[in-house]
Design a protein around this ligand. Structure first.
Ligand code: PSU
Ligand code: MN
Length: 301
């Protein structure tokens, strides 16, 4: 049973623009206290753009839609919070664990609550070497079947970006570029790969969302929004850090759901915190764009 915060519940009922937010980025994606400061700033940015934020996480086995600032603070510093993807949910609920929601589980819970748009930093994808390891994020499968639009800054080059695009194509997920033809690569605006379509306005994004739902084309839409130029990292610096982090993960035998948090943390260390600043700025930028898109979508409904 969902625990929906009253402000969020009222907004959903009245057709107001609600934006879902994930909690793995807080517990496993950034260090304390920047994780909490960022989560609160993201919520404020959504409000400044006329939206209602709903940060999602699991407390004592209860899925919370619209965490309080105190709950966000707790997620930021508490040790031992699980990272829950789709397969973990029944166990986390039954055993009454605290768990952070990934892109996949945030989509699941958002859809159950009636929230149609979700903002994050980067999604999981097909990992490099996946032809051997079969490490493909459950986020991609969720995008294939759950009716939530996800606004992100592309995917990190810790992943195999061409294979990630192939997978999304097979699964029928539209990959859109917000004012760009190129798939953004999280810390930089450039991957050298093309998105399926460029969209040029919030309204255009909203109309695509509406058509997908009207025509019962189940599944998500991925809107990729490039990091603003002034916050982007130097491609050489970030790519060197990514390569080093990947080698370190291999050396330490990091596997399964530990891989992504390990890489994120190692990259922050290797760049002396610069990558964290870029990460924060791109999420704030996504929050602004996401709020504007859902506002347009609410007008169309
Ligand atoms: N990518 C990022 N930052 C993140 C994540 C991914 O740039 O915080 C998190 C998201 O919660 C995403 C999850 O859903 O990692 C993917 O984990 P995995 O690769 O284990 O599926
Ligand atoms: Mn994985």
């Amino acid at each position: 049973m969902l625990k929906i915060n009253p402000e969020v519940a009222k907004a959903i009922k009245e057709g107001k623009p609600v934006v879902a937010l994930e909690s793995t980025i807080i517990s496993h994606g950034m260090p304390y206290p920047k994780n909490v400061q960022t989560a609160l700033l993201v919520e404020q940015t959504i409000r400044n753009h006329g939206g209602i934020p709903a940060t999602i996480g699991i407390i004592d086995g209860d899925p919370i839609v619209g965490m309080t600032p105190e709950e966000i603070e707790e997620f930021g510093k508490r040790q031992g919070i699980l990272k829950a993807s789709r397969r973990d949910l029944p166990v986390v609920y039954a055993k009454k664990y605290w768990a952070a929601t990934t892109v996949a589980t945030t989509m699941i819970i958002a859809a159950q609550a009636g929230i149609e748009l979700f903002v994050t930093g980067g999604i999981g994808g097909v990992h490099r070497g996946a032809t051997e390891t079969m490490d493909i994020s459950a986020d991609l499968q969720e995008l294939a079947k759950t009716n939530v639009t996800v606004v992100c800054a592309g995917a990190k080059a810790i992943l195999d970006l061409p294979l990630t695009l192939e997978y999304l194509e097979t699964q029928g997920v539209p990959v859109l570029g917000f004012k760009t033809k190129e798939l953004p690569a999280f810390y930089t605006a450039h991957s050298g790969l093309s998105v399926d379509y460029q969209i040029d306005s919030y309204e255009e994004a909203a109309r695509i969302m509406k058509e997908k739902r009207l025509n019962k084309l189940e599944g998500g839409i991925l809107i990729t929004n490039p990091i603003p130029e002034q916050y982007a990292m130097d491609a050489k610096v970030i790519n060197a850090a990514i390569d080093k982090a990947l080698k370190e993960a291999e050396k330490q035998g990091i596997k399964g759901k530990e891989v992504t948090p390990f890489l994120l943390k190692t990259i922050v260390e290797l760049t002396g915190g610069d990558s964290l600043e870029s990460n924060i700025q791109l999420v704030l930028n996504n929050a602004a764009v996401g709020a504007e898109i859902i506002k347009e979508y609410c007008k169309l409904k």
